[in-house]
Design a protein around this ligand. Structure first.
Ligand SMILES: O=C(O)[C@@H](CO)OP(=O)(O)O
Ligand SMILES: [Mg+2]
Length: 414
């Protein structure tokens, strides 16, 4: 049969931070699939473990043979069984024995090989022939927190969404224009600005959180006016990184202030209203479902409140969030959960409950383009994958190619 697995190969490659990661090749009788795993810096504590003790070298020297001998002869289309086999080979709940990055790279490479075996692109293999919606790109403009150095803002990611864009090409160039505009605006406020960038290609200014929010809004407005489309600001606060569990406070070191949960709720609500935020990710610590729930009940009619570290792409945690009305969007990062089939189960649960799935990169990435296909195949209306930089544009430019292939392409809906 066309999709019977004939070979599995694992190699060590570089990620965008210069750290090692895994790339996997799967060869079937009539196809080939390749996928690489990314890595986070602001990881959720309930994510699966990325790499086993000993790191990537152990995977290449020891784990590759075990996985290959299990998978050779299996049908690459049978992803549910293959993902179960990978879990069995690992034998731990958090995939610490062979690493979630190993299992996810194998899982994605298997699915790409299955698609290729029938001469189909992955998005179509996953989503079917009727798929025709493309995601709006959440573009990363300025970086702070764990993705930047000292003196940067505390908020991790200042993002924008070109909600008025009519197609992917218009959308990604709008984001690139905002990125350029922000360089000028930062230079006018920060005389020491060197043009330095953070892990995801956003600028790293030496300015306060407030000043960054102001110029982010200004750039959206000015570029939006120039291009004649609406562009809305968004944030990833990555608040688990700000939360001090001993003090029970969010510590904003750059601004020299601390906030308890009640103050944080008011602070975020105020930001959403003042700047007409389209989307706010992780405004509270990963364990604070209650704080999420309170904010969501106040702002869900005007803003997406998204859980990343809160849900870690985990179906059970999402189910708890749905019960508590904790969020109306969820970040989808396959390497948080370790396989494509579990990723899909979480996306499905989200959609059944009107939670917007946002397929996302990690701060440490490779030029792997798979998440562009996942976003289209899953009909995710948003993709978070940076704005510039080789490992980020790998995904954005793939969306351009997918848009060209589709018969009646449309931007996604919320
Ligand atoms: O917090 C996030 O959403 C991500 C990606 O932007 O960062 P990391 O990969 O470091 O978890
Ligand atoms: Mg996040």
């Amino acid at each position: 049969m066309d999709s019977i697995i004939e070979d599995v190969q694992v190699r060590k490659i570089l990620d965008s931070r210069g750290n090692p990661t895994v790339e996997v090749d799967v060869t079937t009788w009539n196809g080939f699939g390749r996928a690489a795993a990314p890595s986070g810096a602001s990881t959720g504590s309930r994510e699966v473990v990325s790499f086993p003790e000993g790191g990537v070298d152990v995977i290449v020297s020891e784990v590759e043979d075990v996985i290959a001998s299990e998978l050779i002869g299996m049908d690459a289309r049978d992803i549910n069984t293959i993902d179960e086999v990978l879990r069995e080979v690992d034998g731990t709940d958090n995939l610490s024995a062979i690493g979630g990055n190993t299992t996810v790279a194998v899982s994605l490479a298997v699915m790409k090989a299955a698609a290729a075996s029938y001469n189909m692109p992955l998005y179509k293999y996953l989503g079917g022939n009727l798929v025709n919606e493309l995601p709006y790109p959440l573009g990363n403009m300025m970086n702070g927190g764990a993705h930047a150095g000292i003196n940067a803002p505390d908020i991790q990611e200042f993002l924008v969404v070109p909600v008025g864009a009519r197609n992917v090409v218009e959308a990604i160039f709008a984001n690139a224009s905002v990125h350029k505009k922000l360089k000028e605006l930062i230079q006018s406020r920060d005389s020491n600005f060197t043009g330095g960038k953070g892990d995801e290609g956003g600028w790293v200014p030496n300015i306060s959180n407030d000043a960054a929010l102001e110029i982010q809004a200004q750039a959206c407005e000015e570029v939006g006016d120039e291009l004649g489309i609406e562009i809305r600001p968004s944030l990833d606060m990555a608040a688990s990184e700000l939360w001090d569990s001993e003090k029970q406070k969010y510590v904003y070191a750059q601004d020299g202030v601390q906030k308890d949960t009640g103050e944080q709720i008011e602070f975020v609500k105020d930001i959403i209203e003042t700047y007409n935020m389209f989307y706010v990710e992780d405004p509270f610590d990963e364990s604070d479902f209650e704080g999420f729930s309170q904010l969501t009940s106040k702002v869900s009619d005007k803003c997406l409140v998204c859980g990343d570290d809160l849900f870690v792409t985990n179906k059970e945690l999402l189910a708890k969030g749905i019960e508590m009305n904790a969020a109306n969007a969820i970040i989808i990062k396959p390497n948080q959960i370790g396989s494509l089939s579990e990723t899909y189960a979480t996306v499905k649960l989200a959609k059944e409950n009107n939670i917007v799935p946002v397929v996302s990169h990690r701060s440490g990435e490779t030029t792997d383009e798979t998440i562009a296909h996942l976003a289209v195949g899953f009909a995710s209306p948003l993709i978070k994958t940076g704005a510039i930089g080789g490992e980020r544009i790998a995904k954005l430019n793939e969306l351009v190619r997918i848009e060209e292939e589709l018969l009646n392409p449309k931007m996604g809906h919320f």
